[in-house]
Design a protein around this ligand. Sequence first.
Ligand code: AOS
Ligand code: ZN
Ligand code: ZN
Ligand code: ZN
Length: 424
Amino acid sequence: MNIEKFHLSDFNDARKQAHDRNFQHISEKVNNLSEVLEKLEEFQVAIPSWALGTGGTRFGRFSGGGEPRNLEEKITDIGLLHALNRSSGAVSLHIPWDIPENTASIKALAAQYDIRFDAVNSNTFQDQPGQEYSYKFGSLHHTDKGVRQQAVEHNIEVIKYGVELGSNALSLWLADGSCFPGQLNFRGAFKRTYESLQEIYAALPEDWKLYIEYKAFEPNFYSTTIGDWGQSLLFANKLGPKAQTLVDLGHHLPNANIEQIVALLLMEGKLAGFHFNDSKYGDDDLTVGSINPYQLFLIFNELVEGMDARGMHHASDLGWMIDASHNVKDPLEDLLQSVEAIKIAYAQALLVDTKALQAAQQNNDAVAAQEILQQAYRTDVRPLVAQARLNAGGVLDPIAFYRQHKVRENLVKERGLKTVATGL
Ligand code: AOS
Ligand code: ZN
Ligand code: ZN
Ligand code: ZN
């Protein structure tokens, strides 16, 4: 499905007057307006190849129809998102769910939509047809050297795909752990994982990063071998400068102070980036900002302050990816909402009066500190985000456009009603 340029401008023209009023109102209050707009325009969030279909539950998949049937159609869907919001110019690929049969042509297709390849994800949490060893009892931590070797080789193969596509990071999440006390020797599991990771690390090209994701529980319910940021950071520190810790927002125990974790990892130069999502209970993988947008803002506040302190470039010095997937929404509308939530939190963080906040902290003035943060958080920054999108060639209201132009209906017509995309 092609979104013609004239559709976009017709749509924007009809909304321009109302938008201008809102934008005028907020621009009077922002003193670094052009800087904020520029940063918002530049900021891109990678779309995971597994989130373009419904899913996210072990208990059933309920396709809404028109789901992408192959990698080409997934790239096309991301191209559609990017055309609307100009902020989804990257894809995070999962191997083997989305093996590119012809990397050159996939790369060319992505370039056509102005999409680059973010971190590539390996999978040693499922058995694939024809594979020699089973991952039932883990992969990189397995007691059997043969299983570990198979998992290492898979990761090296994923790196090779990534190199061909122009990616520069391997994102690694392990389901390895144990379900019952006594099942696993923790130190043994850690040491074996470290040995396996060393082999993968050694296969990284010069300019590549290894993102080490952690997760408190699930699918293992007693211990996870990379269960928290401490364990991930231990590995990352031992391995070397290319290895960093990836924070998936849904992978913490309830009420964890994620913004503090983020601040410290960033300070140590060990923050790889994010898997954005939201959750109420665990790894719910819900739409970003749907449950706890204040937490998201507090995380971005640490990011902006911490990245500025280290002279880092917001848009490109960390990996920004969504990792969410569920059954009840149209996945494309859901992704538009997620990207929007991320940009809103980022915009709010850019409005924080950092100097005043630092002064309040210096004086132990908790009241002033809260006022400063909430002043930014309670500002309606949506017109800023919309203006940045407009400047970049997108539409003022992506979801309204999507519905008005019956994008899903068109995709169903093109691809059929009974389609199930690969993914969780
Ligand atoms: C699993 O819980 C992790 O969030 C993974 O990052 C991801 O969902 C999976 O690896 C899909 O590639
Ligand atoms: Zn994740
Ligand atoms: Zn997860
Ligand atoms: Zn998750």
